[in-house]
Design a protein around this ligand. Structure first.
Ligand code: ADP
Length: 396
């Protein structure tokens, strides 16, 4: 048979990734069976992705590092918003290597104010928001919105860079603690947090079933799929996710975090990369978000986003008071639990609340078999099981 020039070959192209943390690790693990080699650029020696990828040692915005990455790869992507869109643009043009999602998308997303304004201007529902440069701006926003969440415009993650400001008296301290460009968002009294993982391919967009996210201290603890919400709300979440994806340029996986308030959906935040709330897809969906990202950025056909069964993922965070060498104990708790899988990220140091790994627990039955829903393990008991297994893990 004559080979079709557009059809993928195996071994395939080499994928370059800015960032080699846990997302880069799971991306490289998903790329290997497809015959796709991965090279990552990361400043930490022996970074998490290095088990499955070659590593170039360097900062995410190091011009020589990004140039070397491009020279060694056929397509570039990133797993962290600290990648530099201007540098990616320049190198992509010079080395003739495409970048997905596009640097323009990264540029809009890396500034939370630009991101939200882009969505608001297009009619996508977001919380009320204002730009904040001075204490007076912040005080006015607190009065107007009756309490705000103050957010650093750049560089925040896991709630770092966010400060609730319920009262004007807290404005000065709050703005000091952000110490840079900020935005104020109406404090949303949401009923639950949801997320949609979307995949933009060459000529189609797919979404995974809506997940429900449980946060504590603004850090994701568990993702429950399917979300425990009304079908109409899940449909609306999916529709809003499609509207968001229509506004962004470039192929790849996107994580879209949402608030559910009185049956309505507001967009909280979008990540132009695989997302923590999509880790459940490794065991719980037909194709994982990581494999989808590889397929999408290479322009290959996408896989099915179907849920195989009820699934809960639970983050393993650093339960220590101060940094120390990372050693997880009581791992038997996961290994001997039915339907449970352990994902260790290979970080050498455990720190308070640092994401060190996750546990996924899948339910017993396959949706659609027999009487369907009745055969599936109840989602509440699955969440209890996942928490129980995760909470028995500890750091030595
Ligand atoms: P990060 O980029 O650090 O993950 P997010 O903006 O996603 O920060 O916020 C982290 C968490 O903080 C959210 O998941 C939510 O629980 C809470 N949060 C964020 N914005 C608001 C808001 N406007 N009102 C109430 N809670 C919020």
């Amino acid at each position: 048979m004559t080979p079709d020039s557009d059809s993928p070959t195996v071994p395939g192209p080499t994928l370059g990734v800015v960032g080699g943390g846990q997302l880069g690790r799971m991306l490289a693990e998903a790329a290997a069976p497809l015959g796709v080699d991965v090279v990552v650029l990361d400043p930490t020696p022996d970074c998490p992705a290095s088990v499955a990828a070659d590593q170039i040692l360097g900062a995410f915005d190091d011009p020589d590092g990004v140039a070397e990455l491009a020279a060694r790869c056929d397509v570039l992507t990133y797993e962290i918003e600290l990648a530099d869109p201007d540098l990616l643009d320049t190198v992509s043009e010079r080395e003739d290597v495409p970048v997905h999602p596009s640097p323009d998308t990264l540029r809009v997303i890396e500034d939370k104010l630009d991101q939200k304004r882009t969505f608001a201007e297009a009619g996508v529902p977001v919380p009320e928001l204002r730009r904040v440069d001075t204490v007076a701006d912040l005080e006015a926003a607190v009065e107007a919105f009756d309490g705000v969440m103050l957010k650093a415009r750049r560089g925040g993650y896991d709630g770092r860079g966010n400060v609730p400001v319920p009262d004007v008296d807290d404005a000065t301290d709050a703005l000091d603690s952000i110490g840079g460009a900020a935005m104020a968002e109406a404090f949303v009294d949401f009923d639950r947090e949801l997320s949609v993982i979307g995949v933009v391919g060459s000529d189609e967009v797919r979404t995974f079933p809506v997940g429900e996210n449980v946060h504590e201290e603004e850090i994701l603890r568990e993702t429950v799929v399917p979300a425990r919400t009304a079908p109409a709300v899940a449909d609306r979440a999916e529709a809003v996710a499609h509207d968001v994806l229509d506004l962004l340029d470039g192929r790849g996986v996107y994580g879209i975090e949402l608030f559910e308030v009185d049956g309505e959906i507001l967009v909280n935040e979008v990540a132009p990369r695989p997302h923590n709330s999509g880790h459940w897809t490794i065991e719980g969906a037909s194709t994982s978000q990581f494999e989808q990202h590889v397929r999408a950025v290479l322009g290959w056909p996408l896989g099915s986003t179907r849920r195989r069964s009820n699934t809960v993922s639970a983050n393993v965070l650093g339960t220590v008071d101060s940094p120390r060498d990372a050693r997880l104990v009581n791992v038997d708790a996961v290994l001997s639990a039915p339907g449970a899988a352990l994902h260790w990220y290979g970080k050498h140091e455990v720190r308070p609340l640092r994401k060190m790994g996750h546990v996924t627990v899948v339910g017993d039955a396959t949706p659609g078999d027999g009487d369907g829903q009745n055969e599936e393990e109840d989602i509440d008991s699955l969440l209890r099981r996942a928490r129980d297994v995760r909470d028995r893990l500890d750091f030595h």
